[in-house]
Design a protein around this ligand. Structure first.
Ligand code: NAD
Length: 346
């Protein structure tokens, strides 16, 4: 049995969220405690309970807590359709300038369509076509005769995300960064991204390899031969699409974690939503949120602890065959968490 060394406490905001959020958060916190993780949680309500209480899924105490801790683990938050609610995720990205979205895609359970995939998509989170500067132009009596939209990429923003990708590659022992663009057609908007990322690549010559792909060819190559990729860096919209494609290659969103990283703040979450169809039944799979917590441990320098948890999860799923219903098993959320904790102690 491994005995964890005492580590100094790290304040962090915990947002259980709504739907399956509280169930999977309980499971993840129990596993983190068993692993000796250093987080001192400031628990904050967000999502539906917060809407009921004060009419806002991201109430001021939650935002104040993240401003203080600069570190958060976030369960899924329902964004009600209509009612003028802006996406909570977009609000958080803007509020804390979380410019890098990191989405690892790794084969966890063998026997799927592809084996041994291990790629990381790094997406610019604040610029590009996502700024949604859009409007209609009326012609005659048709108010929507023409739709216009602009994207914005700044050299500083391109440089920041490219630097993040190359630094990520170095820190994580990755060999290659692929720059994804559409500079053959959007010569200015994504041309600036390609040009700037290539400049940044020169600073890493001899340490990290670089190549580039036009986004449509990249999407096809990901299906034909995903093993050729290591780290991909992309603008906002292309990154959004490719990160879901990569999740599809490794078995869907259920096991996919994500990190939103800013200059001084980072928020970690599962990629899936609040799953209202199974909420309260105790059968949700906490793995994606647990992997997000592992990324959080990596981020604060506890890489060994994160690796131990990932190994325990791999063994629980592959060797013990303890799985929740979405992965074809019968385990409840609590039974699965207990099995991971047993593996941690083994
Ligand atoms: P969803 O991801 O919540 O659910 C899609 C399907 O996957 C459902 O059948 C669900 O039961 C299943 N599923 C998802 N996570 C699971 C888990 N951990 N274990 C087992 N099964 C799981 O997507 P949705 O239904 O489109 O969205 C529901 C709500 O979540 C919406 O309000 C949406 O806005 C919100 N949402 C939030 C986030 C976030 O907070 N990051 C992300 C996506 C969606």
């Amino acid at each position: 049995m491994t005995v964890s060394q005492p580590v100094s406490k790290l304040p962090a905001t915990l947002i259980p969220g709504d739907g399956i959020g509280p169930e999977i958060t309980d499971a993840v916190v129990a596993i983190l405690e068993a692993a000796g993780a250093p987080f001192e949680w400031d628990v904050q309500q967000g999502g539906l309970p917060a809407i009921k209480e004060c009419g806002d899924p991201l109430p001021p105490p939650l935002l104040d807590s993240i401003r203080r801790t600069k570190l958060a683990l976030k369960g899924p938050l329902t964004t009600p359709v209509g009612g003028g609610f802006r996406s909570v995720n977009v609000r958080l990205r803007e509020e804390f300038e979380l410019y890098a979205n990191v989405r690892p895609g790794r084969t966890i359970i063998p026997g799927g369509r592809y084996e041994d995939i291990d790629v990381v998509l790094i997406r610019e989170n604040l610029e590009g076509l996502y700024v949604a500067f859009e409007h209609y132009v009326a012609i005659g009596d048709d108010p929507h005769a023409v739709a216009l939209g602009s994207g914005i990429n700044t050299r500083a923003g391109c440089r920041r995300i490219a630097k993040y990708a190359f630094e990520y590659a170095l820190k994580n022992g990755r060999k290659k960064v692929t720059i994804v663009h559409k500079a053959n057609v959007m010569k200015i908007l994504t041309g600036l991204f390609l040009e700037t990322a290539r400049e940044v690549a020169k600073e890493y010559e001899g340490r990290v390899q670089v190549d580039d792909r036009i986004v449509d060819a990249c999407a096809m190559q990901l299906v034909l031969n995903p093993w050729q990729f290591d780290v991909l860096v992309a603008t906002n919209l292309f990154g959004d699409i490719l990160s879901d494609e990569i999740a599809g290659l490794v078995g869907g969103l259920g096991l996919a974690p994500g990190a939103n990283i800013g200059v001084d703040t980072a928020i970690f979450e599962a990629v899936h939503g609040s799953a209202p169809d199974i909420a309260g039944k105790g059968i949700a799979n906490p793995t994606a949120l647990l992997y997000a917590a592992c990324m959080m441990l990596d981020h604060v320098g506890h890489r060994d602890m994160a690796a131990r948890i990932r190994t325990a999860v791999d063994r629980t799923l592959r060797e013990d065959n303890v799985r929740t219903g979405d992965l074809g098993g019968k385990a409840t959320t609590k039974e699965y968490a207990a099995a991971v904790i047993r593996r941690l102690a083994a």
